[in-house]
Design a protein around this ligand. Structure first.
Ligand code: G6P
Length: 617
């Protein structure tokens, strides 16, 4: 949510900031802006995309020249929380005399009170944002005591602030520094040669340097051309570990695909191999998950597993429930992180709480994690982004190794999460509920999945044709049972996220308790009807839809001729046992959603109103 970027060094800051904002645009794209220190302080900000901002800079004539002379500055791409997407609400926000510029990711919860007080002191507000209150507060504190300097003024202002923030602040009075602070919204400092980068995630940094420092909550940093000093907000100096980024530029570029989402769908066979790499010993029937090894005994003894997540990660969690209960026979509950934390849940020291998050930054998931930790549960993470807050705050965990996911609609991260959960469930079953031979068979089957996904991807042209037939539909129903029920939810979510068609996922048998009332000739129904123990029942559901003139698109196993007679369209996937089926049945649904959205002219990688990483509650 909201992308932040900062640069201080000797190069053209404006160009670096704009390039960085392009890489961060998946975090928010309502408006964009930069502020640079070029003797004075120049700001350019407006509603719309980063490329529109770039055009505006080119059209700004003489001032463009001076903006390009700057070698320090900050940039922001916004996902609106307070105030509509507009030029005036775009960041950076400025102090009244234009001498201080601030960018902010997060929500200042007590901004109304701060604003009221500042207005009574004569401050005027030119935006509807919560962030603007903070820049005036800093200005007010600094104006009262000019001798304290920018850093101390920011620190003092933060004492008054409730809420979440990732902040970068510059001032023309102290033009050789960027002051940054973090509480609840991630910030990374990139360390170059005589230059430093600041960003809300590593995407804009990786092409310049691989050395990074992740700021922790409650920390501030002053970054200059000569280095950085990191302290807590209480002014205590911190020694920070320098981490090495483990991905390169190619991973965050489109690589010839029209959209990141399509590239990420096609990456799945490789990603699934990466998830297994070094962890699976097929011949021995062994799984080794280094990140949880020290806690394995405790994990196996847990009386209950609670999985908390949001969005697509929550769908992966539902599949995790089925897998862990089936393989390891440990009871599992799955909660929306946002509900879990507000319903006073029963959590004991014997529980294991697994938080699943692609970004590792989702505010609700992070809050659920902290609550579970407070109550003494063993908290484990399944994250994609290495070094993310959730990854760092969990006691143990498993990385999904899916590589950077840029498309806002999650695809490869989902299949990677499900694969990790499959490996986890097998690990928990070892020595308890499954023999090594059984585990071997399940691993063998998992090992065959990447090749089966390749086969499904080869049907892309046929899926595109189906998408064309249904691109104007106004509603869709997705139905599945057992392991395919969460897949139905995920298929419906993909479609609504990127094509803006209303879609609902339901357990197929529940159709009779409501959705059947909606079925007529205008209602396409997607059935995931693979050959498992509920196959015959799902066929009956298909008949029920057909007899009400609904259109049926079925995802079925290769060789299933019967379904060919019942459905209007069939997308065949290779046969597989039920626990691995979600890894296959979800692929055609990702492609279908993608093609329908592109036929409708939607911005697939940046769907309206959504953000990749939701760092506000
Ligand atoms: C947002 C994204 C989704 C994602 C969800 C949870 O809504 O658009 O794609 O599934 O957040 O994110 P997380 O990073 O915690 O998996």
């Amino acid at each position: 949510m909201c992308g932040i970027v900062g640069y201080i060094g000797s190069k053209d800051a404006a160009e670096l900031l704009l390039n960085g904002l392009q890489r961060l645009e998946y975090r928010g794209y309502d408006s964009a802006g930069i502020a640079v220190l070029n003797g004075g302080l120049s700001v350019l900000k407006q509603k719309g995309s980063v490329s529109e901002l770039e055009k505006a800079l080119k059209n700004s004539g003489q001032s463009e020249q001076s903006i390009h002379e700057a070698t320090a500055g900050i940039g922001h791409t916004r996902w609106a929380t307070h105030g509509d997407p507009s030029d005036r609400n775009a960041h950076p926000h400025l102090s009244a005399d234009g001498g201080i510029a601030l960018i902010h990711n997060g929500i200042i919860e007590n901004y109304s009170a701060i604003k009221k007080e500042l207005i009574s002191k004569g401050y005027h507000f030119s935006s509807d944002t919560d962030s603007e209150a903070l820049v005036h507060l800093i200005d007010s504190i600094w104006s009262d005591k000019p001798e304290i300097g920018l850093e101390a003024a920011v620190r003092a202002a933060l004492y008054h602030v409730e809420g979440a923030y990732g902040l970068c602040i510059i001032s023309q009075q102290e033009p050789d520094k960027i002051v940054v602070a973090r509480k609840g919204s991630p910030l990374v400092i990139g360390i170059g040669e005589g230059e430093y980068f600041i960003a809300s995630d590593a995407a804009p940094i990786v092409e310049h340097t691989k050395k990074v420092i992740y700021l922790s909550d409650g920390e501030m940093a002053v970054v200059t051309r000569d280095g950085y000093v990191i302290k807590t907000i209480e002014n205590i100096t911190q020694e920070k570990h320098i981490s090495e980024l483990d991905f390169d530029l190619a991973k965050i570029e489109k690589g010839g695909f029209e959209h990141f989402m399509l590239k990420e769908i096609y990456e799945q066979p490789t990603v699934l191999q990466d998830v297994m790499r070094g962890r699976v010993r097929l011949d021995e029937g062994q799984v080794r998950l280094g990140g949880i090894e020290d806690y394995l005994d405790r994990l196996k003894l847990s009386s209950r597993v609670i999985i908390c997540a949001c969005g697509t990660s929550w769908h992966a969690g539902l599949i995790g429930e089925y897998l862990i209960e089936e393989f390891a026979r440990i009871p599992v509950e799955v909660d929306y992180a946002s509900e879990f934390r507000y319903r006073n849940p029963v959590i004991t020291k014997d529980d294991v709480v697994i938080v699943i998050s692609q970004s590792g930054e989702t505010a609700d998931t992070l809050a659920a994690l902290r609550l579970a930790r407070e109550k003494g549960a063993l908290v484990m993470g399944i994250c994609n982004v290495v070094g993310s807050t959730i990854a760092r705050e969990t006691l143990c965990g498993i990385y999904t190794h899916a590589g950077p996911e840029i498309g806002v609609a999650s695809t490869k991260a989902f299949t990677a999460q499900v694969t990790v959960l499959y490996l986890l469930a097998l690990t928990l079953s070892k020595g308890r509920t499954m023999s090594r031979e059984e585990i071997k068979l399940y691993l063998k089957e998992l090992n065959g999945v990447p090749e089966k996904v390749e086969r499904i991807l080869k049907q892309d042209d046929m899926i595109l044709e189906i998408a064309e037939d249904y691109k104007d539909a106004r509603n869709f129903l997705y139905l599945g049972r057992g392991y395919n029920f969460p897949v139905a939810l995920e298929g419906a979510l993909k479609l609504k996220e990127i094509s803006y068609i209303h879609a609902e996922g339901y357990p197929a048998a529940e159709m009779k308790h409501g959705p059947i009332a909606l079925i007529d000739e205008d209602m396409p129904v997607i059935f995931i009807a693979t050959r498992d123990n509920s196959y015959a029942k799902v066929l009956s559901n298909i008949e029920e839809v057909r007899s009400r003139k609904g259109k049926v698109i079925a995802i079925a196993n290769e060789g299933d001729e019967e379904i060919g007679r019942l459905a209007d369209h069939v997308i065949y996937i290779p046969a597989a046992s039920a626990p691995v089926t979600p890894l296959l049945s979800v692929i055609p649904l990702q492609l279908l959603a993608y093609h329908i959205a592109t036929f409708r002219g939607c911005n697939v990688d940046r769907p309206r109103n959504l953000a990749k990483s939701v760092t506000v509650e």
